[in-house]
Design a binder for this molecule. Structure first.
Ligand code: NAD
Ligand code: UFG
Length: 332
């Protein structure tokens, strides 16, 4: 299995789940948002060697070399840029990186007869549909180029699968992955100031940031703060293994979430209680582009993949904190 973006947050955890399930893994990553160290740590956890190619997966020649060197049975395409705010400032970078890489990979699959393709999509493609989000919903426009790249790649892969009947595509729409592998060796370590809630909370807990800014408390939710469907990254990783095992010809779309909504204040409280720490926070203005509420309908994945998320929010908080305590940040 070729895992692009396999040095990143979700990719490293998925490599573990794949190897545990008996798959052989090859990783390609240009390390633009990750470090070689994560590959080393991964080897330490799994006590195994994985071939690693430091390449840009938009580079067709470099990708073809991997297809020539390895007998691949599928591609899981995690590699992509994912900072929503940056995508508004640099749309062409996002379209080029995320869309071109998908085209290059899918064309290599067709050329080399590799018939399974798993794509990292996002709940963001639902726009502001009514929750819970169901796979059959029409996609609504997203508020940023990052989300558009996901919707465009979904359409490209759908068209290609229609034209190539032996090709199987899984479009996996992730909700909000948090937490870390239980070893505490790998997890989410963003460069600079975190955009996402959980890494910000763990950095406040560690004393690296003074307080958490909570973006709005006047949403129509349980306590006025934004509600999301947080999923443990290892559950998400295992969802990929289930998707690969169940792969059928054609295009199949699955939400990977828990089906449970948790507000910002609820997550802060859960983190404090799980870890015996205090998180200082202040309520500030809403963040532009944020939805009030986002959570998944998870029935389709349960029925067709036989997969459900097993780990609860307390485990997510404990595992995120264990990893944070082990992590040295640079340039903060
Ligand atoms: P990440 O940044 O930790 O991992 C992505 C990896 O891809 C990084 O290691 C980066 O170096 C690599 N990469 C990026 N562009 C590349 C290129 N052109 N060639 C080679 N490598 C490249 O992000 P993540 O959280 O692990 O996300 C993985 C995927 O899941 C992304 O496609 C992201 O858009 C999608 N996703 C993430 C979330 C989330 O909340 N984390 C939610 C929905 C979807
Ligand atoms: N939040 C804060 N303070 C922060 C960071 C976030 O209050 O410092 C709030 C947000 O307003 C939101 C919630 O915490 O209500 C979650 O925010 P995140 O930034 O962690 O996650 P998002 O739901 O905004 O977006 C994430 C990924 C997207 C992906 C989406 C899918 O960043 O790439 O999940 O649901 F598309």
């Amino acid at each position: 299995m070729l895992v692009t973006g396999g040095a990143g947050y979700i990719g490293t955890h998925t490599c573990i789940a794949l190897i545990e399930a008996g798959h052989t893994v090859v990783v390609a990553d240009n390390l633009c948002n990750s470090k070689r160290e994560s590959i080393e740590k991964f080897k330490k956890i799994m006590n195994t060697h994985i071939p690693f190619y430091e390449i840009d997966v938009s580079n067709r020649k470099a990708v073809e070399t991997i297809f020539e060197n390895h007998q691949l049975d599928g591609v899981i395409h995690f590699a992509g840029l994912k900072a929503v705010g940056e995508s508004v400032e640099k749309p062409s970078l996002y379209y080029e990186n995320n869309v071109v890489s998908t085209l290059v990979l899918v064309n290599c699959c067709l050329k080399f007869g590799v018939n399974r393709f798993v794509f990292s999509s996002s709940a963001t493609v639902y726009g502001d549909n009514k929750v819970p989000f169901v796979e059959t919903m029409d996609l609504l426009p997203t508020t940023n180029p990052y989300g558009e790249t996901k919707a465009i790649c979904e359409r490209i892969l759908t068209d290609i699968a229609k034209a190539n009947p032996s090709f199987s595509v899984s479009l996996l729409r992730y909700f909000n992955p948090i937490g870390a592998h239980e070893s505490g060796l790998i997890g989410e370590a963003p460069n600079g100031i975190p955009n996402n809630l959980m890494p910000y909370i763990t950095q406040v807990a560690k004393g690296m940031r003074d307080y958490l800014s909570i973006f709005g408390n006047d949403y129509p939710t349980i306590d006025g703060t934004g509600v999301r469907d947080y999923i443990h990254v290892m559950d998400l990783a295992e969802g990929h293994v289930a998707a690969i095992h169940a792969m059928l010809q054609g295009v199949h779309i699955y939400n990977l979430g828990t089906g449970q909504g948790t507000s910002v204040l609820q997550l802060v409280k859960a983190f404090e209680e799980a870890n015996g720490v205090t998180i200082r926070y202040e309520i500030v203005e809403r963040r532009p582009g944020d939805l009030a509420c986002c959570y998944a309908d998870v029935e389709k994945a349960r029925q067709e993949l036989g997969w459900i998320a097993k780990r609860d929010v307390v485990t997510m908080c404990k595992d995120a904190w264990r990893f944070e305590k082990n992590t040295l940040h640079q340039g903060v």
